[in-house]
Each structure stands twice: as C-alpha cells, then as structure tokens.
Ligand binder design. Structure first.
Ligand SMILES: Nc1nc2c(ncn2[C@@H]2O[C@H](COP(=O)(O)OP(=O)(O)O)[C@@H](O)[C@H]2O)c(=O)[nH]1
Ligand SMILES: Nc1ncnc2c1ncn2[C@@H]1O[C@H](COP(=O)(O)OP(=O)(O)O)[C@@H](O)[C@H]1O
Length: 190
C-alpha cells in the first residue's frame, strides 16, 4: 500500500495556521492532524489531547531524552514538539497527516523527511500580520512584539519550502492547500 503524505504547514505566528488547519480538518475529514506537545499554558477553551498535549518542562525534557519527538523547538519561551510514533504510524497506514508547526521545527522535519510537502503560509502584509495577532487578543504587548520580530526572520526562510500560500482569505488559502494535496497525490514519484 502507498504511504500517506506528510504535510507540514508553517509560517509566522498569527498568519492563520491554526485557523486554516481547523478549516482543512472540516473539509478533509480523512486528513489526520498531528497534536503537538507543549509547555505553554492552555488558552481558554483549549483541551488536552485535542489542541495540544500540555506538559510540564520536566515531562517535555523526558520526551526529548526518550527520543519520543520527531522535532521540537523552543519558541518565545516555551517548548513545542511533534510526537514521533503517531506521525510514523499514520504515514505507514497510508493516511495523510498534517503538522502545523513553526519554522525552525519544520526545517528539522525536512532533514528527516525530505519527501514531506512543506507549505509556507504568508500574510498579505506584515501590518496585516500584526493586526491579526493583536486581534486574537491572546498575547500581551511584549509577546506580540517578540513574535513580530521573530516573524521577519521566519519569512526569510521561505526559500526552503515547496509551496507558498498567501492567507488573504481562509476559503482561498484552504482551496490552494487542497489543490497542493491533490497534485501531490497525482505526482509521479521517481
Ligand atoms: N516546532 C514546533 N512548533 C510547533 C509545534 N506545535 C505548534 N507549534 C508552533 O508554535 C508556535 C506557537 O504556537 P501557539 O503558542 O499555539 O500560538 P499560535 O499558533 O500562534 O496561536 C506556532 O507557530 C505553532 O505552529 C510543534 O510540535 N513543533
Ligand atoms: N484569512 C484571514 N483573514 C483574516 N483573519 C484571519 C485569517 N486567517 C486567520 N485570521 C485571524 O488571525 C488571527 C490569528 O490566526 P491563528 O490561526 O491563531 O494564527 P497562527 O496559528 O498562525 O498563530 C485569528 O484571530 C484568526 O481568526
């Protein structure tokens, strides 16, 4: 049986990765979503095992030491990582999986899975990006400033990706990603 596709959706904080990924999960119910582990505090409405596996720093370090993470990154003061077994089992079972992760982690996945499909979500502009982070209202001003300074460095890494998708409208961004997935399934692998 053919293996599933590993799709990595990345891009700066606030660009709409979470929003687009949620919408894709509705539109493509057979697409499996990788739930990450994090040391960040849960936001209102977030559930353990659904949005993230919420861990203490000690628990997270133990996962790193036991080689349970496909990749991990420290991002604005917290650890985030992708549980390895779930990703590998999903691909082996022939299902497609999507990872919604920040840019450093995505590049580490590329080293291990160069056959993955790396999609970079871009904001229509940096001003729009700032507006979205502020509009979400989940971060204080210092964190917003920090995330904006990280964003400029992240956008410079676009060249390592296979596809660039502008998230001007959620519907259009999802359609572009659905088209990418369809094309990748039709690709002749050499
Ligand atoms: N490297 C890596 N990054 C992750 C993982 N899970 C989430 N992230 C990224 O960590 C960043 C911060 O996530 P979060 O605190 O939930 O904020 P938000 O995605 O900006 O709403 C985002 O860019 C996420 O895509 C992961 O498993 N590994
Ligand atoms: N295409 C879009 N147009 C306008 N607002 C958007 C769009 N995509 C996402 N947003 C909004 O931008 C904010 C950040 O989106 P989010 O998905 O949390 O980003 P990320 O996961 O990349 O940090 C949210 O308030 C979300 O509703």
């Amino acid at each position: 049986m053919a293996k599933g596709l590993l799709i990595v959706l990345s891009g700066p904080s606030g660009v709409g990765k979470g929003t687009v990924c949620n919408e894709l999960r509705h539109r493509l119910p057979e697409l499996v979503y990788s739930v990450s582990a994090t040391t960040r505090q849960p936001r209102l409405g977030e559930e353990h095992g659904v949005n993230y596996f919420f861990k203490t720093r000690e628990q997270f370090v133990e996962m790193i030491q036991n080689d349970q993470l496909l990749e991990y990154a420290e991002y604005v003061g917290n650890y985030y990582g992708t549980p390895r077994d779930f990703v590998e089992q999903t691909i082996e079972s022939g299902k497609d999986i999507i990872l919604e992760i920040e840019v450093q982690g995505a590049l580490k996945v590329k080293e291990k899975f160069p056959e993955g499909i790396f999609v970079f979500l871009l904001p229509p502009s940096l001003d729009e990006l700032k507006g979205r982070i502020q509009g979400r209202g989940t971060e204080n001003q210092a964190t917003i400033d920090h995330r904006m300074s990280v964003a400029a460095d992240e956008i410079a890494l676009l060249k390592h990706y296979d596809y660039a998708v502008v998230n001007d409208e959620i519907d259009l961004a999802c359609k572009r990603i659905e088209a990418i997935i369809t094309a990748e399934h039709c690709k002749v692998r050499k």
